[in-house]
Design a protein around this ligand. Structure first.
Ligand code: PGA
Ligand code: ZN
Length: 433
């Protein structure tokens, strides 16, 4: 290996995410190149199967949420072991970090520490090779697929995925005003990504006006920049969105469709789905499935994420039998970007799509493996941001590189989200050139 490909230095620091919570930033340099920076995102509605986000627990700093221990793990454990490593050997580097951590969920060193190093390594490799990040990531993806013996049909050429954009938030993202966590739109009929983005902004604005006119002034804004009106039920959110699409001069169902993130894990308690924000009701998995199916009948809903809880595998089978040939049924908490859980879902007929979040598993290599596992089962892939995000736009390149079906970034009014939407505009230009 020539010396310009060797990792020269790895440094870490504590920075803040979009919710004002600390997270890990890493700068990694190789050869005589400039250091490349990556930052770990962080979720609020986390699944139980997710890799561990290491926090200090010291109440004197950031209410216990500091990540100084994770930062130290980068400086004291990971950096000394990885300096001198081939920056292009992403799989080797990720495997070495997993070995150094030696726990099933990265709880010793922290998935936040490990992920930031993993992503910074990929950026540094792309930079030293003078390649756009998405192209380099695609190359890694292809290599990994071949090594796993995956058939060519799981590999598509890089393309801009369909945005899935948050308009209204409830659940843990907006003070519990609605039971379902997110109401989103997808510009399915748009002739290009740029046109789709303009449609989304137009619908977002029309929706704001409609909510104002209906007396939901001073509406709270959710973690990801969606509106957070206190509506009486989920159906009202869907009605407002359909009216906003029409007010934007677009056709609901052909130009613009709706996606839901029910995030049902968070209102599932001792075997029952407890809807508390919108009338107090207790539902079985079957009953919630029936309610979702009515929403699919009445509204242009094309995707339902976490329609049921993360451990309700039997319920998921019923949901998938009922709606699997009509909409994307997306496993977020259900799969937690873990190959073993995705494979179980495929074997047992649960869901037909996987949400892919880098920090749920904690390395780039394992994230690509999760995408491959989903693809092998014919599942759609939706690459997703977290509610706690930063200016790091890695996600956009990852979604393009893996030819994801969709990308879920949040709303279009906050800079940590726009970093990704805007990066996609630039990539689109490169892909067209
Ligand atoms: P989170 O939410 O980042 O707070 O987990 C995103 C989601 O549930 O999809
Ligand atoms: Zn979710």
């Amino acid at each position: 290996m020539t010396s310009h490909l060797r990792i020269r230095s790895i440094r870490a620091r504590e920075v803040l995410d979009s919710r004002g919570r600390p997270t890990v930033e890493v700068e990694l340099a190789c050869g005589d190149g400039e250091p490349q920076r990556a930052i770990a995102p962080s979720g609020a509605s986390t699944g139980a199967a997710e890799a561990c986000e290491l926090r200090d627990g010291d109440p004197r700093r950031y209410d216990g949420l500091g990540v100084q221990r994770a930062v130290e793990n980068v400086q004291r454990v990971l950096a000394p072991a990885l300096v001198g490593f081939d920056v292009c050997d992403q799989a080797g580097l990720d495997a070495r970090m997993i070995e150094l951590d030696a726990t099933p969920n990265k709880s010793r060193l922290g998935a936040n520490a490990i992920l930031a190093v993993s992503l910074a390594c990929a950026k540094a490799a792309a930079s030293v090779r003078k390649r756009p990040l998405f192209e380099y990531l695609h190359e890694l993806f292809v290599q990994q697929a071949r090594a796993a013996g995956a058939a060519n049909k799981v590999l598509e050429t890089p393309h801009i995925p369909l945005p899935m954009t948050n308009l209204i938030s409830g659940g843990l993202h907006a003070g519990g005003n609605l039971d379902f966590q997110d109401f989103l739109v997808m510009p399915e009929g748009a002739p290009s990504y740029a046109v789709g983005l303009e449609w989304i902004v137009r619908v977002y604005r029309r929706l704001g006006r409609l909510l104002d006119e209906a007396g939901y002034e001073g509406r709270l804004v959710g973690d990801e920049g969606g509106y957070g009106p206190r509506l009486s039920e989920q159906r009202a959110a869907l009605e407002f969105i359909v009216r906003a699409i029409e007010a934007a001069g677009l056709q609901p169902g052909s130009d613009m469709t709706i996606a839901l993130d029910v995030a049902a894990t968070h209102f599932y308690e001792s075997g029952a789905y407890r809807l508390t924000a919108t009338r107090h009701r207790q539902l079985t998995a079957d009953e919630l499935t029936s309610e979702l199916s009515v929403l699919v009948d009445e509204f242009p809903v094309r995707s339902i994420e976490d329609g049921l809880s993360e451990d309700d595998w039997r319920g998921w089978q019923g949901l998938t039998e009922r709606l699997g040939d009509r909409v994307w049924l997306v496993g977020d908490d259900l799969f937690a970007t873990q190959v073993s859980r995705i494979e179980r879902g495929i074997a047992e007929g649960c869901a037909n799509s996987a949400l892919i979040k880098l920090n749920q598993v904690g390395t780039l290599t394992e994230t690509l493996a999760a995408v491959l596992a989903a693809r092998r089962g014919g599942y759609a892939c939706i690459v997703s941001a977290r509610s706690g995000e930063t200016e790091d736009d890695f996600l956009a390149d990852l979604a393009v590189a893996t030819a994801a079906d969709s990308i879920k970034i949040g709303s279009i009014v906050r800079s940590e989200r726009l970093a990704k939407y805007n990066r996609l505009l630039r990539i689109a230009e490169q892909l067209e050139a």
